[in-house]
Design a protein around this ligand. Structure first.
Ligand code: ATP
Ligand code: MN
Length: 477
């Protein structure tokens, strides 16, 4: 049997990406025939010729398609409006116009789908980001969201590359969890019970033994506890998955569904953990500068004229490291009128974090050794009896981007803390056994993926760096 050449019968595969044509036109060759496909951004021209800006999402740049009106049916061209999807066959020509190296002179146009200009919501003029959130199904077709989504992809890829190159293993932790002990935030319940007719126990409580898993379950707020189990076998692991928090905080930095990267390392102490976090963040930002320059340049021009400078600055300077106690002293001595007053023991708010980063040190800051009362049960207790070996990485414009710690590896101390906090020990038996059998010093942290994308893109609202945001009162699309 003869195996057909895939390309021979796949006429669609003749298509060339616009990125390739613009970046390496010599590969195709001036004067040669090309097929491009994409969505019309704009159409302008005069009675003899039309100029179409065509974009296929492979790059922020659109390619100019020149249409000699004498060669085309008027009815066909009427369908080629902003938003229409078309296929163009034509000749690759050096462009006389400024700002573009090559253009395509059309010999054939096929319209896959037109877009009625009377109702297509994405017209040429700039739309507000708020309006674009209401049409999240179409906003990937804007330059802004094309740029954000390409950067998001590159960052996800770079995260896997970074850890793979360092010998970390990617672990998939469960999304449905039976433990609600993480304490990282309010949880979404997962159930198949009939909520209009809940089964009750003799004492009048909801009878979860009749639920799908035979117990009460939720969507996870973090993969860490499961990640630790794997780190205590494979030494260095990371997770990268969705997490869910039902916190009703309507801020530009919180989502109800977000993605988190959580490395967990056996034989790392808090300093190793900080070194890794700093190196990791610098690597990712450098990767964006090296691989997403056109998109970053566009975002800088549109939204944030200090973006590239800020990204370069962070990759080139050491992060400031100091204790929570020292930071609180500095905040109290600052004379600033904060909305939330500061004293030793309070959880720092984003206004405090940003003051330290943006006003005091003017660079990223890592705070360590927080009061144990405001941190999770699993953090390693310091000798002073009041603080734990926590580390939060604070970034300009964002506040907390990473939260992490060295973990308590001592079984007795961990159990004592669980009792103090009234966490049901019976739910944690599997976690506690890792400290009973071959325990090891270990540490890890969680990076909020969307907070990273916020920083790298310079966007101001977390709803604009995830394709389809989930926030209070909002789960459309
Ligand atoms: P915050 O104090 O900012 O609400 P947190 O202390 O509750 O955050 P952690 O539990 O330490 O957050 O989670 C680790 C990381 O996950 C944070 O540093 C942040 O980058 C990210 N993160 C936490 N909550 C959210 C959220 N609701 N939306 C997006 N990212 C989040
Ligand atoms: Mn935190």
């Amino acid at each position: 049997m003869q195996i057909p050449n895939y390309k021979d019968f796949m006429s669609e595969s003749k298509r060339i990406k616009i990125l390739e044509l613009l970046k390496t036109p010599e590969k195709t060759g001036i004067g040669n025939n090309v097929t491009i496909k994409g969505w019309v951004r704009t159409k302008r021209g005069n009675k003899n010729v039309a100029f179409i800006a065509l974009n296929d999402g492979s790059t922020i740049h659109s390619i100019q398609v020149v249409v000699d009106l004498a060669n085309f049916d008027e009815e066909l061209l009427k369908l080629v409006n902003t938003g229409a999807c078309i296929s163009v066959e034509g000749t690759l020509v050096e462009s006389p116009g400024a700002g573009q190296s090559v253009e395509v002179h059309a010999t054939q146009i096929h319209v896959y789908g037109s877009a009625d200009p009377e109702v297509y919501p994405l017209q040429k003029k700039g739309h507000t980001l708020e309006f674009l959130r209401e049409i999240a199904h179409l906003r990937p077709r804007t330059n802004t969201f094309g740029a954000v989504l390409r950067i998001r992809h590159n960052m996800a890829f770079a995260i896997h590359k970074y850890f793979n190159d360092k010998g970390f293993y990617y672990i998939h932790t469960p999304i449905i969890t039976g433990s609600d002990a993480e304490g990282a935030g309010a949880m979404f319940r997962v159930t198949t019970l009939d909520i209009t007719n809940l089964p009750k126990t003799e004492t009048g409580d909801i009878d979860y033994s009749q639920d799908f898993f035979g117990k009460s379950t939720n969507l996870t707020v973090s993969g860490q506890l499961n990640g630790e189990l794997a780190a205590l076998a494979l030494s260095e692991i990371y997770t990268f998955g969705p997490t869910f928090r039902a916190e009703n905080s309507n801020t530009p930095r919180h989502l109800a569904e977000f993605w988190m990267i959580e490395p967990e390392m056996a034989f790392y102490d808090i300093t190793d953990n900080m070194d890794l976090a700093e190196d990791f963040l610098k690597y990712l930002i450098r990767y964006a500068l090296d691989n997403c320059y056109d998109d970053l340049e566009f975002l800088q021009k549109m939204y944030d004229n200090e973006l590239l400078e800020r990204l370069n600055f962070v990759t080139n300077n050491d992060f400031e490291r100091l204790t929570y106690t020292r930071a609180v002293e500095m905040l109290m001595a600052s004379g600033q009128a904060f909305e939330f007053p500061v004293s030793w023991g309070v959880d720092l708010q984003s206004e405090h974090e940003r003051y330290l980063v943006e006003k005091v040190f003017k660079k990223p800051v890592i705070l360590t050794d927080y009061p144990k009362e405001i941190k999770a049960f699993y953090m390693k207790q310091n000798e002073d009896g009041t603080t734990v070996r926590a580390m939060d990485v604070l970034f300009p414009r964002i506040g907390e981007i990473i939260g992490g710690s060295q973990r308590e590896e001592d079984y007795e101390k961990l159990v004592a803390r669980i009792h103090e906090l009234h966490i049901p020990e019976k739910d944690m038996w599997w976690y506690l056994e890792t400290r009973k059998f071959g325990t090891a010093p270990h540490a890890g942290f969680g990076l909020g993926f969307e907070r990273l994308i916020l920083f790298v893109t310079g966007m101001a609202n977390i709803r604009d760096v995830i394709p389809f945001p989930r926030t209070p009162q909002s789960a459309e699309f």
